[in-house]
Design a protein around this ligand. Structure first.
Ligand SMILES: Cc1cc2nc3c(=O)[nH]c(=O)nc-3n(C[C@H](O)[C@H](O)[C@H](O)COP(=O)(O)OP(=O)(O)OC[C@H]3O[C@@H](n4cnc5c(N)ncnc54)[C@H](O)[C@@H]3O)c2cc1C
Length: 583
């Protein structure tokens, strides 16, 4: 059943207690509850999800929204000391209910390196592929077009819970993008399916949506489990404030209870797990809960008035994220872009009509995300950057940077213009070498932690983005765009000038970079007992009774968008936990 207050629970002891009904938490909870003899409670700080389902409205789900934690970063030195918004889902489904729906697993090399770092072959690409497939169900796009030639069916799942498709509604720029892959095939080769393990090249964007709607871990895993089973309960709008030590096991402190509250002033209710607590509160929430429980780096805990209980120095360290910025070109006034729906101050009629169509039939413009293509690329082998700094990529099949094209004005940081037609380039750094932190600024679970992604603290990261800009410039100057693109947009004019210096490009990057919202690795898995926070079975080191299953456990950020990988890793974790308990 679904509860909104701890006082409504009919019991406070369950076999498994999952903290966070987010992307990974719902996978684990749903899989564990497949066994009717097992009881599962999922605790979620955020709210119920029902809205947030129209794919094109993805970005509206997070910005200043009640479905988001509305975190901010500490001032970013390399970004002119700007404080950035740092979005995280605060809702059933977590960030899979508020994200931009892009579904990429990453490269075969990313996971083969993962397996090496954690000393467990189950994390290699070949061993993970069945779990990636287990989470997905390929469906055809809502516009009814034939999607063959736009993905490879053999590398996808066809009966899993999460709907996956190439996005509906072809757009005016698609044929020009495809023409560019032919004209500049050595720099931008076409890749039939960037989710095949072979990530590199330019392909059709795949999104976690089906039948015109977002498919999240709430709609795909949690809701069906709640509808069909009596052994799973979900408690929403309730925050876990700390884990409680309940005894010792094999000489280690055991934490099998936790405190939950409705608000900062409520008296905590204690909830207990007979078997295990699974932390799936995400890369900010999971380390925060560990530190609030006295598990972390002792001097940092003492500083905020918390008595250290277990020394695990890497809790909250190793934060990795992909920086991103957008830049736009003005295109012909008669171009068929989505700008009439999205620009600031435009006539609301086209949007209202599109929304009415989506509401009635789940068809139309809102069923598509803003871009149809993305590409994953590497610095050239002879790049001076690789000579100077070494290659941080997990392997030669991993991407250093990503470019994507949107059929209209898109930005995560710039103000929107009020008129015109545009194409937007998205630039992402996929192998960041900067490392950040999540630390407590108070002993209260209601004070947001200090989040420092520490963007561009490494010169490699900044210079790779400069290379990405020059690459995007070559793309749009190919002949496919000569009768379409008019000029660079005002903000991008200097940067996209043919003779732009590195300094000019860097000034733009420092001004407009934001997070792509992929924070990971803050409770990293490592094979050595004195490194990282969890072992290869997702168990928190030096204590008993707690595992972490979410984005925090990745040892390094994959060289693509992470959500598909998180679903796959959560499927693997659920299978490991079930095997361990023989359920
Ligand atoms: C706006 C946005 C856009 C993104 N776009 C993409 C994209 O297009 N493609 C992609 O691959 N990735 C994208 N991402 C990233 C991706 O969605 C996340 O990395 C992923 O969903 C994280 O999964 P998770 O299970 O680690 O955490 P989450 O899904 O965030 O789940 C954590 C859950 O724990 C809950 N929680 C936290 N603390 C507590 C507490 N103390 N008590 C109780 N509950 C708690 C949270 O409310 C949340 O529901 C985006 C993220 C955002 C926010």
């Amino acid at each position: 059943a679904l509860y909104t207050d701890p006082s409504q629970l009919t019991k406070t002891t369950y076999d498994f207690v999952v903290v966070g009904a987010g992307t990974a938490g719902n996978v684990v909870a749903a899989r564990l509850s497949e066994n009717p003899s097992v009881s599962v409670l999922v605790i979620e700080a955020g709210v119920s999800y029902v809205v947030l389902q129209a794919p094109l409205l993805g970005p509206q789900a997070s910005v200043n929204s009640p479905f988001d934690w509305n975190y901010t970063t500490v001032p970013q030195k390399a970004l002119n000391n700007q404080v950035l918004p740092y979005y995280r889902g605060f809702v059933l489904g977590g960030s899979s209910s508020t994200n931009f729906l892009t579904w990429t697993r990453g490269a075969r090399d990313d996971y083969d390196k993962f397996a090496k770092v954690v000393g467990d072959n189950s994390f290699s690409w070949n061993k993970l592929l069945p779990f990636f497939k287990k989470s997905e169900q390929w469906v055809h796009p809502t516009d009814g077009r034939n999607d063959s030639g736009q993905y490879d069916p053999s590398v996808h799942g066809h009966s899993g819970p999460v709907y996956l498709s190439v996005t509906g509604n072809l757009s005016a720029i698609d044929s020009r993008v495809m023409a560019t892959t032919q004209e500049l095939s050595s720099e931008f080769p076409f890749n039939l399916d960037t989710n095949s393990g072979n990530l590199l090249g330019l392909g059709w964007i795949q999104s976690h949506m089906g039948f015109g709607k977002r498919s999240s871990s709430a709609t795909a895993y949690l809701q069906p489990a709640l509808d069909a089973r009596t052994n799973i309960d979900v408690l929403i709008e309730t925050r876990v404030t700390k884990l409680l030590k309940t005894g010792t096991s094999s000489g280690l402190p055991e934490f099998k209870s936790l405190n939950v509250v409705k608000s900062a002033s409520s008296t905590p209710t204690v909830i207990t797990a007979r078997k295990e607590i699974i932390l799936s509160a995400g890369s900010i929430g999971s380390p925060q809960i560990l530190m609030l429980s006295g598990i972390g780096n002792p001097p940092e805990l003492t500083k905020v008035g918390i008595t250290p209980q277990v020394t695990l120095r890497e809790v909250g360290k190793n934060l990795q994220d992909h920086p991103l910025f957008t830049a736009q070109w003005k295109v012909r006034d008669d171009a068929d872009t989505f700008d009439p729906l999205t620009l600031a101050g435009v006539d609301p009629a086209p949007f209202l009509a599109a929304f009415a169509e989506w509401n009635a039939n789940k068809t139309g413009l809102l069923t598509a995300v803003g871009g149809k293509h993305m590409g994953f690329f590497r610095l050239p082998n002879n790049s001076p950057l690789l000579r100077r700094y070494g290659d941080p990529a997990p392997g030669p099949g991993s991407a250093h940077y990503e470019l994507a094209w949107q059929n209209g004005f898109v930005s995560v940081s710039q103000p929107f213009p009020t008129s015109g037609r545009y194409i937007s380039n998205i630039h992402v750094l996929n192998t960041p070498t900067s490392r950040g932190t999540v630390t407590l600024q108070s002993s209260s679970a209601f004070t947001q932690p200090l989040i420092d992604p520490n963007f561009y603290s490494s010169e490699f990261d900044l210079q790779t983005m400069v290379y990405a800009v020059r690459s995007a410039q070559r793309f749009i100057r190919s002949s496919a765009w000569s009768d379409y693109v008019v000029s660079a947009y005002t903000d991008s004019q200097d940067m996209f000038a043919l003779d732009a210096s590195d300094e000019t490009i860097i000034a733009y990057i420092r001004r407009w970079t934001h997070s792509i919202k992929h924070p990971m690795c803050t409770a990293a898995m490592h094979k050595d007992s004195d490194k990282g926070v969890v072992d290869n079975n997702f168990k928190v080191k030096k204590i008993k009774g707690v595992r972490i299953v979410d984005a925090a456990v990745f040892p390094f950020v994959p060289s693509a968008h992470p959500v598909a990988g998180i679903f796959g890793i959560a499927e693997l974790a659920a299978s490991k936990i079930k095997n361990f308990h023989g359920i």
